[in-house]
Design a protein around this ligand. Structure first.
Ligand code: ATP
Ligand code: MG
Length: 561
Protein backbone atom coordinates (compact mmCIF):
# COMPACT_ATOMS: atom_id res chain seq x y z
CA UNK A 1 0.00 0.00 0.00
CA UNK A 2 1.34 3.38 -0.98
CA UNK A 3 -0.50 5.69 1.38
CA UNK A 4 1.61 7.66 3.76
CA UNK A 5 1.51 6.34 7.31
CA UNK A 6 0.77 8.97 9.89
CA UNK A 7 2.17 8.46 13.30
CA UNK A 8 -0.41 8.94 15.96
CA UNK A 9 -0.76 8.88 19.71
CA UNK A 10 -2.25 5.38 19.65
CA UNK A 11 0.83 3.98 17.97
CA UNK A 12 2.91 5.62 20.67
CA UNK A 13 0.86 3.87 23.37
CA UNK A 14 1.10 0.56 21.54
CA UNK A 15 4.87 0.94 21.23
CA UNK A 16 5.05 1.64 24.93
CA UNK A 17 3.00 -1.41 25.90
CA UNK A 18 4.94 -3.71 23.61
CA UNK A 19 8.28 -2.38 24.85
CA UNK A 20 7.31 -2.82 28.50
CA UNK A 21 6.19 -6.37 27.78
CA UNK A 22 2.64 -5.69 28.93
CA UNK A 23 1.37 -7.43 25.78
CA UNK A 24 3.17 -9.97 23.63
CA UNK A 25 1.33 -8.83 20.49
CA UNK A 26 -1.33 -6.53 19.16
CA UNK A 27 -4.91 -7.76 19.09
CA UNK A 28 -7.63 -5.28 18.16
CA UNK A 29 -11.24 -5.60 17.18
CA UNK A 30 -13.75 -3.69 15.11
CA UNK A 31 -17.07 -3.91 16.95
CA UNK A 32 -19.97 -2.60 14.86
CA UNK A 33 -23.52 -2.82 16.05
CA UNK A 34 -25.50 -4.36 13.17
CA UNK A 35 -28.15 -1.65 13.20
CA UNK A 36 -27.25 0.14 9.99
CA UNK A 37 -24.73 0.33 7.19
CA UNK A 38 -21.15 1.37 7.83
CA UNK A 39 -20.27 4.96 7.00
CA UNK A 40 -17.05 6.86 6.40
CA UNK A 41 -16.70 7.40 10.16
CA UNK A 42 -16.64 3.65 10.67
CA UNK A 43 -14.01 3.46 7.94
CA UNK A 44 -11.75 5.53 10.15
CA UNK A 45 -12.18 2.96 12.91
CA UNK A 46 -11.77 0.01 10.52
CA UNK A 47 -8.55 1.45 9.08
CA UNK A 48 -7.26 2.20 12.55
CA UNK A 49 -8.02 -1.20 14.09
CA UNK A 50 -7.14 -3.41 11.14
CA UNK A 51 -4.27 -1.11 10.19
CA UNK A 52 -2.66 -1.36 13.62
CA UNK A 53 -2.97 -5.14 13.62
CA UNK A 54 -1.45 -5.31 10.14
CA UNK A 55 1.43 -2.98 10.91
CA UNK A 56 2.34 -4.70 14.17
CA UNK A 57 1.92 -8.23 12.88
CA UNK A 58 -1.04 -8.90 15.15
CA UNK A 59 -4.66 -9.46 14.26
CA UNK A 60 -8.00 -7.72 14.32
CA UNK A 61 -11.30 -9.44 15.01
CA UNK A 62 -14.61 -8.50 13.48
CA UNK A 63 -17.13 -8.64 16.29
CA UNK A 64 -20.78 -7.80 15.96
CA UNK A 65 -21.94 -6.00 19.03
CA UNK A 66 -25.40 -7.47 18.81
CA UNK A 67 -26.70 -6.87 22.31
CA UNK A 68 -29.65 -4.67 21.38
CA UNK A 69 -32.00 -6.97 19.44
CA UNK A 70 -34.74 -4.44 18.70
CA UNK A 71 -32.78 -2.50 16.09
CA UNK A 72 -30.50 -5.14 14.65
CA UNK A 73 -30.83 -7.20 11.53
CA UNK A 74 -28.96 -9.78 9.42
CA UNK A 75 -29.18 -7.46 6.43
CA UNK A 76 -26.81 -5.15 8.29
CA UNK A 77 -24.50 -7.98 9.31
CA UNK A 78 -24.04 -8.94 5.66
CA UNK A 79 -23.50 -5.38 4.49
CA UNK A 80 -20.90 -4.73 7.21
CA UNK A 81 -18.93 -7.84 6.28
CA UNK A 82 -18.99 -6.82 2.64
CA UNK A 83 -17.84 -3.28 3.43
CA UNK A 84 -14.93 -4.30 5.65
CA UNK A 85 -13.68 -6.69 2.97
CA UNK A 86 -14.17 -4.10 0.29
CA UNK A 87 -12.03 -1.69 2.29
CA UNK A 88 -9.28 -4.26 1.92
CA UNK A 89 -9.16 -5.89 5.34
CA UNK A 90 -9.67 -9.43 6.54
CA UNK A 91 -10.66 -10.97 9.85
CA UNK A 92 -9.65 -14.43 8.56
CA UNK A 93 -11.58 -16.89 10.73
CA UNK A 94 -12.12 -14.42 13.54
CA UNK A 95 -15.72 -13.43 12.99
CA UNK A 96 -17.40 -13.11 16.36
CA UNK A 97 -20.72 -12.07 17.80
CA UNK A 98 -21.31 -10.71 21.29
CA UNK A 99 -24.45 -12.89 21.24
CA UNK A 100 -22.19 -15.96 21.16
CA UNK A 101 -21.00 -14.87 24.60
CA UNK A 102 -24.41 -14.50 26.24
CA UNK A 103 -23.98 -17.73 28.18
CA UNK A 104 -20.55 -16.75 29.43
CA UNK A 105 -21.72 -13.24 30.20
CA UNK A 106 -24.46 -14.78 32.34
CA UNK A 107 -22.06 -17.02 34.19
CA UNK A 108 -19.71 -14.13 34.83
CA UNK A 109 -22.62 -12.06 36.07
CA UNK A 110 -23.43 -14.81 38.57
CA UNK A 111 -19.84 -14.62 39.71
CA UNK A 112 -20.22 -10.89 40.34
CA UNK A 113 -23.43 -11.51 42.27
CA UNK A 114 -21.81 -14.18 44.44
CA UNK A 115 -18.91 -11.88 45.22
CA UNK A 116 -21.30 -9.12 46.23
CA UNK A 117 -20.45 -6.93 43.23
CA UNK A 118 -23.88 -7.08 41.62
CA UNK A 119 -27.51 -7.29 42.72
CA UNK A 120 -30.98 -7.54 41.31
CA UNK A 121 -32.78 -4.23 41.70
CA UNK A 122 -36.55 -3.84 41.59
CA UNK A 123 -36.79 -0.10 41.29
CA UNK A 124 -39.00 1.00 38.41
CA UNK A 125 -37.27 2.84 35.54
CA UNK A 126 -38.74 6.08 36.88
CA UNK A 127 -37.37 5.41 40.37
CA UNK A 128 -34.00 4.49 38.95
CA UNK A 129 -33.82 7.95 37.43
CA UNK A 130 -34.77 9.58 40.73
CA UNK A 131 -32.20 7.60 42.67
CA UNK A 132 -29.42 8.27 40.21
CA UNK A 133 -28.77 11.85 41.30
CA UNK A 134 -27.24 14.42 38.97
CA UNK A 135 -23.84 15.68 37.98
CA UNK A 136 -23.85 17.91 41.04
CA UNK A 137 -25.75 15.68 43.49
CA UNK A 138 -24.85 12.18 44.56
CA UNK A 139 -27.33 9.38 43.98
CA UNK A 140 -29.10 7.35 46.65
CA UNK A 141 -28.65 3.67 47.34
CA UNK A 142 -31.35 1.40 45.99
CA UNK A 143 -33.35 -0.33 48.75
CA UNK A 144 -32.38 -3.63 47.06
CA UNK A 145 -28.68 -2.90 47.18
CA UNK A 146 -27.96 -4.93 50.30
CA UNK A 147 -30.23 -7.89 49.65
CA UNK A 148 -28.48 -11.23 50.21
CA UNK A 149 -26.43 -12.46 47.24
CA UNK A 150 -28.35 -15.70 47.29
CA UNK A 151 -31.60 -13.82 46.76
CA UNK A 152 -30.13 -11.84 43.84
CA UNK A 153 -28.76 -15.02 42.36
CA UNK A 154 -32.13 -16.73 42.47
CA UNK A 155 -33.91 -13.72 41.00
CA UNK A 156 -31.30 -13.39 38.27
CA UNK A 157 -31.79 -17.04 37.35
CA UNK A 158 -35.54 -16.53 37.22
CA UNK A 159 -35.05 -13.40 35.10
CA UNK A 160 -33.10 -15.55 32.72
CA UNK A 161 -35.81 -18.22 32.76
CA UNK A 162 -38.28 -15.59 31.61
CA UNK A 163 -40.35 -15.35 34.78
CA UNK A 164 -40.58 -11.57 34.90
CA UNK A 165 -41.81 -8.79 32.69
CA UNK A 166 -39.71 -6.04 31.11
CA UNK A 167 -38.90 -3.28 33.58
CA UNK A 168 -39.84 -5.34 36.63
CA UNK A 169 -36.22 -5.77 37.73
CA UNK A 170 -32.69 -5.68 36.39
CA UNK A 171 -29.21 -6.72 37.37
CA UNK A 172 -26.89 -3.91 38.31
CA UNK A 173 -23.34 -3.52 39.46
CA UNK A 174 -22.75 -2.58 43.07
CA UNK A 175 -20.18 0.19 42.84
CA UNK A 176 -20.80 3.64 44.28
CA UNK A 177 -23.98 5.72 44.10
CA UNK A 178 -21.99 8.78 45.13
CA UNK A 179 -19.36 8.49 42.43
CA UNK A 180 -18.79 11.74 40.55
CA UNK A 181 -18.84 9.56 37.42
CA UNK A 182 -22.48 8.73 36.70
CA UNK A 183 -21.43 5.60 34.84
CA UNK A 184 -20.17 4.21 38.14
CA UNK A 185 -23.45 4.72 40.02
CA UNK A 186 -24.49 1.07 40.07
CA UNK A 187 -24.91 0.75 36.29
CA UNK A 188 -27.18 -1.90 34.77
CA UNK A 189 -25.53 -5.13 33.61
CA UNK A 190 -28.49 -7.15 32.35
CA UNK A 191 -32.04 -6.11 31.60
CA UNK A 192 -35.18 -7.97 30.65
CA UNK A 193 -36.06 -7.61 26.96
CA UNK A 194 -38.77 -9.81 25.47
CA UNK A 195 -37.59 -9.26 21.93
CA UNK A 196 -36.49 -11.75 19.28
CA UNK A 197 -32.83 -11.58 18.39
CA UNK A 198 -31.68 -11.98 14.78
CA UNK A 199 -29.31 -14.79 15.80
CA UNK A 200 -30.52 -16.26 19.07
CA UNK A 201 -34.24 -15.99 18.34
CA UNK A 202 -36.37 -16.15 21.49
CA UNK A 203 -33.78 -18.02 23.51
CA UNK A 204 -32.94 -15.03 25.73
CA UNK A 205 -35.43 -12.92 27.68
CA UNK A 206 -32.53 -10.93 29.12
CA UNK A 207 -29.80 -9.02 27.31
CA UNK A 208 -26.47 -7.67 28.60
CA UNK A 209 -25.82 -3.94 28.55
CA UNK A 210 -23.16 -2.63 26.21
CA UNK A 211 -20.75 -1.55 28.96
CA UNK A 212 -20.78 -4.98 30.51
CA UNK A 213 -20.77 -7.02 27.31
CA UNK A 214 -18.04 -5.03 25.66
CA UNK A 215 -15.21 -5.38 28.15
CA UNK A 216 -15.94 -9.05 28.80
CA UNK A 217 -16.13 -9.79 25.06
CA UNK A 218 -12.80 -8.02 24.56
CA UNK A 219 -11.28 -10.04 27.39
CA UNK A 220 -12.68 -13.33 26.10
CA UNK A 221 -11.09 -12.66 22.72
CA UNK A 222 -7.74 -11.68 24.19
CA UNK A 223 -7.99 -8.18 22.77
CA UNK A 224 -5.09 -6.00 23.88
CA UNK A 225 -6.17 -2.59 22.60
CA UNK A 226 -9.86 -1.80 22.74
CA UNK A 227 -10.04 1.34 20.66
CA UNK A 228 -13.22 3.37 20.78
CA UNK A 229 -14.47 6.90 20.31
CA UNK A 230 -14.18 9.66 22.89
CA UNK A 231 -17.69 9.42 24.28
CA UNK A 232 -16.59 6.21 26.00
CA UNK A 233 -13.83 7.90 27.96
CA UNK A 234 -16.08 8.22 31.01
CA UNK A 235 -16.98 4.55 30.67
CA UNK A 236 -13.39 3.40 30.96
CA UNK A 237 -13.44 3.14 34.78
CA UNK A 238 -16.41 0.79 34.46
CA UNK A 239 -14.64 -1.19 31.73
CA UNK A 240 -11.70 -1.70 34.06
CA UNK A 241 -13.88 -2.27 37.13
CA UNK A 242 -15.76 -5.20 35.59
CA UNK A 243 -12.60 -7.05 34.59
CA UNK A 244 -10.97 -6.33 37.90
CA UNK A 245 -13.93 -7.63 39.92
CA UNK A 246 -14.02 -10.73 37.76
CA UNK A 247 -10.34 -11.25 38.59
CA UNK A 248 -9.71 -11.48 34.90
CA UNK A 249 -6.12 -12.64 34.41
CA UNK A 250 -3.61 -10.11 33.12
CA UNK A 251 -2.90 -8.85 30.60
CA UNK A 252 -6.35 -7.33 30.48
CA UNK A 253 -7.38 -5.25 27.46
CA UNK A 254 -6.65 -1.56 27.51
CA UNK A 255 -9.30 0.86 26.33
CA UNK A 256 -8.01 3.80 24.30
CA UNK A 257 -10.28 6.56 23.04
CA UNK A 258 -9.86 8.66 19.91
CA UNK A 259 -11.85 11.46 18.26
CA UNK A 260 -14.62 10.31 15.98
CA UNK A 261 -14.70 11.57 12.44
CA UNK A 262 -17.09 14.43 11.85
CA UNK A 263 -17.26 15.13 8.14
CA UNK A 264 -18.76 18.39 6.94
CA UNK A 265 -21.69 17.98 4.59
CA UNK A 266 -22.48 14.50 5.83
CA UNK A 267 -24.94 13.23 8.36
CA UNK A 268 -23.47 10.19 10.07
CA UNK A 269 -25.73 9.14 12.86
CA UNK A 270 -27.20 5.79 11.90
CA UNK A 271 -30.56 6.88 13.29
CA UNK A 272 -30.65 9.83 10.92
CA UNK A 273 -29.33 7.84 7.98
CA UNK A 274 -32.11 5.33 8.61
CA UNK A 275 -34.64 8.14 8.53
CA UNK A 276 -33.34 9.38 5.16
CA UNK A 277 -33.66 5.85 3.80
CA UNK A 278 -37.00 4.93 5.39
CA UNK A 279 -38.67 8.16 4.39
CA UNK A 280 -37.36 7.88 0.83
CA UNK A 281 -35.34 11.07 0.77
CA UNK A 282 -32.67 8.94 -0.87
CA UNK A 283 -32.62 5.78 -2.95
CA UNK A 284 -31.61 3.27 -0.25
CA UNK A 285 -28.60 2.89 2.04
CA UNK A 286 -26.31 2.95 -0.99
CA UNK A 287 -27.63 6.12 -2.56
CA UNK A 288 -24.43 7.74 -3.85
CA UNK A 289 -25.18 10.96 -1.96
CA UNK A 290 -24.89 9.25 1.43
CA UNK A 291 -21.64 8.87 3.39
CA UNK A 292 -22.10 5.10 3.75
CA UNK A 293 -19.40 2.87 2.35
CA UNK A 294 -21.99 1.11 0.18
CA UNK A 295 -22.92 4.51 -1.26
CA UNK A 296 -19.33 5.57 -1.86
CA UNK A 297 -18.69 2.24 -3.59
CA UNK A 298 -21.76 2.61 -5.79
CA UNK A 299 -20.72 6.14 -6.60
CA UNK A 300 -17.39 4.83 -7.84
CA UNK A 301 -15.03 5.79 -5.03
CA UNK A 302 -12.24 3.24 -4.59
CA UNK A 303 -11.28 1.64 -1.27
CA UNK A 304 -7.75 3.00 -1.83
CA UNK A 305 -9.14 6.55 -1.80
CA UNK A 306 -10.92 5.95 1.48
CA UNK A 307 -7.83 4.46 3.07
CA UNK A 308 -5.78 7.40 1.81
CA UNK A 309 -8.32 9.79 3.30
CA UNK A 310 -8.22 8.00 6.66
CA UNK A 311 -4.43 8.08 6.70
CA UNK A 312 -4.39 11.77 5.92
CA UNK A 313 -6.89 12.84 8.55
CA UNK A 314 -4.95 10.88 11.15
CA UNK A 315 -6.08 10.00 14.64
CA UNK A 316 -6.33 12.55 17.41
CA UNK A 317 -7.58 12.84 20.92
CA UNK A 318 -9.65 15.94 20.30
CA UNK A 319 -12.92 16.23 18.37
CA UNK A 320 -12.82 18.20 15.17
CA UNK A 321 -14.60 18.64 11.88
CA UNK A 322 -13.06 17.60 8.61
CA UNK A 323 -14.03 19.47 5.48
CA UNK A 324 -15.51 17.37 2.68
CA UNK A 325 -12.77 18.72 0.42
CA UNK A 326 -10.36 16.34 2.15
CA UNK A 327 -12.35 13.35 1.01
CA UNK A 328 -12.75 14.74 -2.49
CA UNK A 329 -9.05 15.50 -2.70
CA UNK A 330 -8.17 11.94 -1.68
CA UNK A 331 -10.57 10.60 -4.32
CA UNK A 332 -8.98 12.77 -7.02
CA UNK A 333 -5.45 11.97 -5.94
CA UNK A 334 -6.25 8.28 -6.08
CA UNK A 335 -7.96 8.34 -9.48
CA UNK A 336 -5.69 10.88 -11.16
CA UNK A 337 -2.85 8.49 -12.09
CA UNK A 338 -5.16 5.52 -12.69
CA UNK A 339 -7.79 6.50 -15.23
CA UNK A 340 -7.89 7.54 -18.86
CA UNK A 341 -8.99 10.95 -20.02
CA UNK A 342 -11.75 10.79 -22.57
CA UNK A 343 -14.48 13.02 -23.91
CA UNK A 344 -18.19 12.99 -23.25
CA UNK A 345 -20.82 15.63 -23.82
CA UNK A 346 -23.39 15.66 -21.05
CA UNK A 347 -25.81 18.24 -22.42
CA UNK A 348 -25.37 18.05 -26.18
CA UNK A 349 -25.87 20.86 -28.66
CA UNK A 350 -25.66 19.82 -32.31
CA UNK A 351 -23.08 21.57 -34.46
CA UNK A 352 -22.89 21.18 -38.24
CA UNK A 353 -19.53 21.88 -39.84
CA UNK A 354 -20.64 23.77 -42.92
CA UNK A 355 -17.43 23.30 -44.90
CA UNK A 356 -16.96 19.59 -44.04
CA UNK A 357 -17.76 17.04 -46.74
CA UNK A 358 -20.74 14.82 -45.98
CA UNK A 359 -19.58 11.32 -45.05
CA UNK A 360 -15.96 12.24 -44.28
CA UNK A 361 -14.61 10.76 -41.04
CA UNK A 362 -11.24 12.00 -39.85
CA UNK A 363 -9.45 9.83 -37.32
CA UNK A 364 -7.38 11.86 -34.90
CA UNK A 365 -5.03 10.00 -32.55
CA UNK A 366 -5.20 11.38 -29.02
CA UNK A 367 -3.42 10.18 -25.89
CA UNK A 368 -5.46 8.75 -23.04
CA UNK A 369 -3.09 10.28 -20.51
CA UNK A 370 -1.80 13.54 -21.97
CA UNK A 371 0.78 14.17 -19.21
CA UNK A 372 2.54 10.91 -20.06
CA UNK A 373 1.12 9.65 -23.36
CA UNK A 374 3.15 6.44 -23.32
CA UNK A 375 1.45 5.29 -20.11
CA UNK A 376 -1.99 4.52 -21.48
CA UNK A 377 -1.59 4.73 -25.23
CA UNK A 378 -3.78 6.41 -27.84
CA UNK A 379 -7.20 6.11 -29.34
CA UNK A 380 -8.74 7.68 -32.41
CA UNK A 381 -11.17 10.53 -32.09
CA UNK A 382 -13.56 10.57 -35.04
CA UNK A 383 -14.37 13.97 -36.43
CA UNK A 384 -17.44 14.12 -38.68
CA UNK A 385 -19.66 16.72 -40.27
CA UNK A 386 -22.02 16.76 -37.33
CA UNK A 387 -20.70 16.89 -33.80
CA UNK A 388 -22.02 17.65 -30.33
CA UNK A 389 -20.60 20.23 -28.00
CA UNK A 390 -21.66 21.07 -24.46
CA UNK A 391 -24.62 23.45 -24.44
CA UNK A 392 -22.79 25.48 -21.78
CA UNK A 393 -19.86 26.04 -24.11
CA UNK A 394 -21.91 28.26 -26.39
CA UNK A 395 -23.35 31.60 -25.41
CA UNK A 396 -25.61 33.88 -27.41
CA UNK A 397 -24.98 36.62 -24.93
CA UNK A 398 -21.50 35.96 -23.57
CA UNK A 399 -20.58 37.47 -20.23
CA UNK A 400 -17.25 39.28 -19.98
CA UNK A 401 -14.33 36.88 -20.05
CA UNK A 402 -16.25 34.11 -21.84
CA UNK A 403 -13.62 32.31 -23.93
CA UNK A 404 -15.73 29.64 -25.51
CA UNK A 405 -18.00 29.68 -28.53
CA UNK A 406 -20.12 32.71 -29.40
CA UNK A 407 -21.99 33.82 -32.48
CA UNK A 408 -19.27 35.00 -34.86
CA UNK A 409 -16.60 33.83 -32.41
CA UNK A 410 -14.04 31.06 -32.43
CA UNK A 411 -13.35 28.11 -30.14
CA UNK A 412 -10.97 25.25 -30.46
CA UNK A 413 -12.07 21.62 -30.44
CA UNK A 414 -10.00 19.48 -28.10
CA UNK A 415 -7.23 17.67 -30.04
CA UNK A 416 -8.33 19.22 -33.36
CA UNK A 417 -9.07 22.46 -35.17
CA UNK A 418 -11.13 25.60 -34.79
CA UNK A 419 -14.81 26.34 -35.08
CA UNK A 420 -16.14 29.68 -36.09
CA UNK A 421 -19.83 30.02 -35.43
CA UNK A 422 -21.76 31.45 -38.33
CA UNK A 423 -25.32 30.85 -37.34
CA UNK A 424 -27.42 29.61 -34.42
CA UNK A 425 -30.80 28.09 -34.98
CA UNK A 426 -33.13 28.87 -32.08
CA UNK A 427 -36.05 26.90 -30.71
CA UNK A 428 -39.43 28.35 -29.73
CA UNK A 429 -38.05 29.34 -26.34
CA UNK A 430 -35.22 31.28 -27.95
CA UNK A 431 -32.60 28.69 -26.98
CA UNK A 432 -30.04 27.47 -29.53
CA UNK A 433 -31.04 24.12 -30.98
CA UNK A 434 -28.28 23.80 -33.58
CA UNK A 435 -25.17 25.70 -34.58
CA UNK A 436 -23.62 26.08 -38.00
CA UNK A 437 -19.87 26.58 -37.93
CA UNK A 438 -16.99 26.58 -40.33
CA UNK A 439 -14.06 24.38 -39.42
CA UNK A 440 -10.36 25.03 -39.98
CA UNK A 441 -7.12 23.51 -38.81
CA UNK A 442 -5.74 26.96 -37.96
CA UNK A 443 -7.58 29.85 -36.38
CA UNK A 444 -9.24 32.14 -38.91
CA UNK A 445 -8.15 35.74 -38.79
CA UNK A 446 -5.99 37.39 -36.17
CA UNK A 447 -5.87 35.85 -32.73
CA UNK A 448 -3.98 37.72 -30.04
CA UNK A 449 -2.26 35.69 -27.35
CA UNK A 450 -4.53 37.27 -24.78
CA UNK A 451 -7.73 36.32 -26.57
CA UNK A 452 -6.77 32.75 -27.38
CA UNK A 453 -9.92 30.79 -28.07
CA UNK A 454 -11.02 28.40 -25.35
CA UNK A 455 -10.75 24.67 -25.91
CA UNK A 456 -13.99 22.73 -25.70
CA UNK A 457 -14.73 19.03 -25.68
CA UNK A 458 -16.91 17.35 -28.25
CA UNK A 459 -18.20 14.07 -29.63
CA UNK A 460 -19.15 13.07 -33.19
CA UNK A 461 -22.93 13.09 -33.62
CA UNK A 462 -23.72 9.82 -35.41
CA UNK A 463 -20.74 7.80 -34.17
CA UNK A 464 -20.99 8.69 -30.49
CA UNK A 465 -22.50 6.46 -27.84
CA UNK A 466 -25.58 7.47 -25.85
CA UNK A 467 -25.33 7.37 -22.08
CA UNK A 468 -26.95 8.63 -18.92
CA UNK A 469 -24.96 10.49 -16.29
CA UNK A 470 -25.87 11.30 -12.73
CA UNK A 471 -24.24 14.36 -11.23
CA UNK A 472 -24.25 14.44 -7.47
CA UNK A 473 -23.95 17.44 -5.29
CA UNK A 474 -24.03 17.67 -1.52
CA UNK A 475 -27.12 16.27 0.09
CA UNK A 476 -27.34 19.24 2.45
CA UNK A 477 -27.08 22.95 1.84
CA UNK A 478 -25.38 23.54 5.19
CA UNK A 479 -21.90 22.27 6.09
CA UNK A 480 -22.95 20.82 9.44
CA UNK A 481 -26.42 19.39 9.04
CA UNK A 482 -28.41 18.76 12.18
CA UNK A 483 -31.02 16.57 10.54
CA UNK A 484 -33.68 19.25 10.03
CA UNK A 485 -34.43 17.77 6.64
CA UNK A 486 -37.06 20.25 5.51
CA UNK A 487 -34.60 23.11 5.80
CA UNK A 488 -31.27 21.47 5.16
CA UNK A 489 -31.76 19.11 2.21
CA UNK A 490 -30.32 20.32 -1.07
CA UNK A 491 -33.04 20.09 -3.74
CA UNK A 492 -30.37 19.95 -6.45
CA UNK A 493 -28.33 17.12 -4.97
CA UNK A 494 -28.96 14.89 -7.97
CA UNK A 495 -29.06 16.05 -11.58
CA UNK A 496 -29.55 13.43 -14.24
CA UNK A 497 -28.31 14.00 -17.76
CA UNK A 498 -30.25 11.54 -19.87
CA UNK A 499 -28.87 12.37 -23.33
CA UNK A 500 -25.13 12.24 -22.95
CA UNK A 501 -22.91 11.35 -25.90
CA UNK A 502 -19.61 9.55 -25.43
CA UNK A 503 -16.69 9.39 -27.82
CA UNK A 504 -16.70 6.14 -29.85
CA UNK A 505 -13.63 4.64 -28.14
CA UNK A 506 -15.71 4.15 -25.03
CA UNK A 507 -17.58 1.28 -26.66
CA UNK A 508 -15.20 -1.06 -24.82
CA UNK A 509 -15.74 0.44 -21.37
CA UNK A 510 -16.80 -2.19 -18.85
CA UNK A 511 -19.22 -1.91 -15.99
CA UNK A 512 -17.33 -0.84 -12.88
CA UNK A 513 -14.65 1.06 -14.80
CA UNK A 514 -13.73 4.65 -14.16
CA UNK A 515 -12.69 7.38 -16.56
CA UNK A 516 -12.14 11.07 -16.51
CA UNK A 517 -14.42 12.99 -18.81
CA UNK A 518 -12.23 15.93 -19.63
CA UNK A 519 -13.35 19.16 -17.99
CA UNK A 520 -16.27 17.39 -16.27
CA UNK A 521 -14.94 15.09 -13.60
CA UNK A 522 -14.24 11.47 -12.80
CA UNK A 523 -17.02 9.10 -13.74
CA UNK A 524 -17.87 5.52 -12.90
CA UNK A 525 -19.88 3.20 -15.13
CA UNK A 526 -22.35 1.82 -12.60
CA UNK A 527 -24.44 -0.09 -15.13
CA UNK A 528 -23.17 -0.98 -18.56
CA UNK A 529 -25.31 -0.49 -21.63
CA UNK A 530 -27.74 -3.24 -22.64
CA UNK A 531 -29.58 -3.81 -25.90
CA UNK A 532 -32.29 -1.42 -24.77
CA UNK A 533 -30.67 0.79 -22.11
CA UNK A 534 -27.75 3.17 -22.38
CA UNK A 535 -24.94 2.91 -19.82
CA UNK A 536 -25.38 4.70 -16.51
CA UNK A 537 -22.50 6.80 -15.21
CA UNK A 538 -22.09 8.34 -11.78
CA UNK A 539 -19.90 11.35 -11.33
CA UNK A 540 -17.50 10.24 -8.61
CA UNK A 541 -16.06 13.69 -8.06
CA UNK A 542 -15.61 16.91 -9.97
CA UNK A 543 -12.18 17.96 -11.17
CA UNK A 544 -12.11 21.08 -9.09
CA UNK A 545 -13.28 21.98 -5.72
CA UNK A 546 -16.57 23.51 -6.77
CA UNK A 547 -17.85 23.95 -3.23
CA UNK A 548 -14.88 26.06 -2.12
CA UNK A 549 -15.40 28.22 -5.18
CA UNK A 550 -19.08 28.60 -4.41
CA UNK A 551 -18.27 29.50 -0.82
CA UNK A 552 -15.87 32.20 -1.99
CA UNK A 553 -18.50 33.63 -4.31
CA UNK A 554 -21.00 33.59 -1.51
CA UNK A 555 -18.60 35.44 0.76
CA UNK A 556 -18.14 38.14 -1.85
CA UNK A 557 -21.85 38.47 -2.38
CA UNK A 558 -22.50 38.61 1.32
CA UNK A 559 -25.46 37.08 3.10
CA UNK A 560 -28.63 36.69 1.11
CA UNK A 561 -31.11 39.44 1.78
P1 ATP B 1 -23.65 5.79 15.07
O1 ATP B 1 -23.46 6.90 16.06
O2 ATP B 1 -23.47 6.18 13.64
O3 ATP B 1 -24.88 4.97 15.30
P2 ATP B 1 -22.04 3.89 16.52
O4 ATP B 1 -20.83 4.38 17.18
O5 ATP B 1 -23.19 3.58 17.38
O6 ATP B 1 -22.38 4.84 15.31
P3 ATP B 1 -21.09 1.26 16.08
O7 ATP B 1 -21.62 0.25 15.15
O8 ATP B 1 -21.22 1.03 17.53
O9 ATP B 1 -21.74 2.62 15.66
O10 ATP B 1 -19.58 1.60 15.73
C1 ATP B 1 -18.60 0.62 15.54
C2 ATP B 1 -17.26 1.22 15.75
O11 ATP B 1 -17.06 2.32 14.88
C3 ATP B 1 -17.13 1.76 17.16
O12 ATP B 1 -15.90 1.34 17.68
C4 ATP B 1 -17.20 3.24 17.00
O13 ATP B 1 -16.42 3.87 17.97
C5 ATP B 1 -16.67 3.45 15.60
N1 ATP B 1 -17.24 4.65 14.99
C6 ATP B 1 -18.55 4.93 14.81
N2 ATP B 1 -18.71 6.15 14.28
C7 ATP B 1 -17.47 6.67 14.11
C8 ATP B 1 -16.96 7.91 13.62
N3 ATP B 1 -17.76 8.86 13.16
N4 ATP B 1 -15.62 8.07 13.60
C9 ATP B 1 -14.81 7.11 14.04
N5 ATP B 1 -15.21 5.93 14.52
C10 ATP B 1 -16.54 5.70 14.57
MG1 MG C 1 -22.19 2.19 19.17
Amino acid sequence: MSEERANNFIRALVDEDLASGRYPKVVTRFPPEPNGFLHIGHAKSVCLNFGLARDYGGHCNLRFDDTNPAKEDVEYVESIKEDVQWLGFTWDDRLYYASDYFERLCQRAEELIKKGHAYVCQLTPEQVRQYRGTLTEPGRDSPWRDRPSQESLELFRRMRAGHFAEGEMFLRARIDMASPNLNMRDPALFRIRKVSHHRTGDQWPIYPMYDYAHCVSDAIEGVTFSICTLEFEDHRPLYDWVLEKLDWPEPRPRQIEFARLNLEGALMSKRKLLQLVKENYVDGWDDPRLPTLAALRRRGVTPEAIRLFCERIGVAKKDSWIELEWLEKAIRDDLNPKVRRVMAVLDPLLVTLTNWPEGLVKDIPAPYFPDAPERMGFRDLRLTKRIYIEREDFSLDPPAGFHRLTLGGTARLRWSGYLRCQEAKLDAAGQPSELFCSYSEEPQGQVSAKKRPGIIHWAPAELSIPAVARLYDRLFVVPRPTGDLARELNPGSLVERANCRLEPALADLKTGERVQFERLGYFYLEKGPTATEPGLFNRVVTLKDSWAKAKKKEDKRGPES
